[in-house]
Design a protein around this ligand. Sequence first.
Ligand code: NAD
Ligand code: AKB
Length: 319
Amino acid sequence: MHKILIIGSEGQIGTELTIGLAKKYGHEKIIASDIKSETAIEAFPVKYYQLDILDGKKLKEIVLEEQVKEVYLLAALLSATAEKNPSFAWELNMQGLFNVLNLAKEGIINKVFWPSSIAVFGPSTPKDATPQQTIMEPTTVYGISKQAGEQWCNYYHKNYGVDVRSIRYPGLISYTSLPGGGTTDYAVDIFYHAKANGEYTSFLEKDTALPMMFMEDAIRATIDLMSAPADTVIHRNSYNIAGFSFTPDKLAQAIKKKLPEFKIDYAPDFRQKIADTWPNSIDDSDARKHWGWNPKFDLEAMVEVMLENVNPNLLFQGQ
Ligand code: NAD
Ligand code: AKB
């Protein structure tokens, strides 16, 4: 019975993907790992290892010991954090990927999931309905690492037959754990502040439109892509997928419909410059055609679920 390893299981995506995979395949098939000393995942407990993805030797030991055949690599520095430490971000985001791809090249594992991002696009990319294949001149270290990572995934697939699959996630919105240092984090933070004290100061301008998605859709997309027959996965760099797009103002209006007293103001910081280089909206027709992608959540449905479920205590525990 082969097993599935998640690296970066304690993060915003990892906490929900670990549970999603455990529900689908059974908790005994799932191994979670993160640089953190212990796991905070209580629902669907799975075996957990403390692992630094830069430690290729320990990674290989765990993979062999547990007979892991499939790896989901989520450990990375996100856009805002990466700008504060570009050389470490490059090392973590690239070397982590090589450590996993090389296990596949050696035939030790069979399948890899590695997430890319809308950050692969840059100021010269068409901003609306950004196509799958287009100009990509990212200006952040995060975007450069994701674009290079995409090319390496394609290279390992074409030259070594590695079955690697990838999605360019938009900004992801969820309530189970806090986001980990991205430019789209405002769209999660806003719900905690709306519930805690009815107001929020956005670090992006009122009219900055960005592509976003509710986490449940992102997890379903990830599991569907990884379960799709190999010959339907045509793009081996990464797939565009889209949920919905909004500006801070539009999100605030949607929250106000549920919490009429809610107030927002704006104090853009360094993340504005990053957001200004990213698309407004994404064309995901190839993902729809090739492996049946179809989002379920729109802005209103997402706002309703978030307001119902965010626990403001989580925000204040992290301070
Ligand atoms: P996150 O920051 O919430 O989680 C990353 C996890 O990796 C954390 O638990 C962290 O402890 C762990 N980690 C950090 N360094 C590590 C190391 N050296 N070894 C092992 N674990 C380490 O990030 P996330 O939002 O869950 O994102 C996961 C992946 O998805 C990243 O590659 C990110 O670029 C990509 N992505 C995320 C989003 C989003 O909106 N969340 C959007 C696009 C792409
Ligand atoms: C970030 O803002 O860095 C991430 C992403 C879109 O890649 N949420």
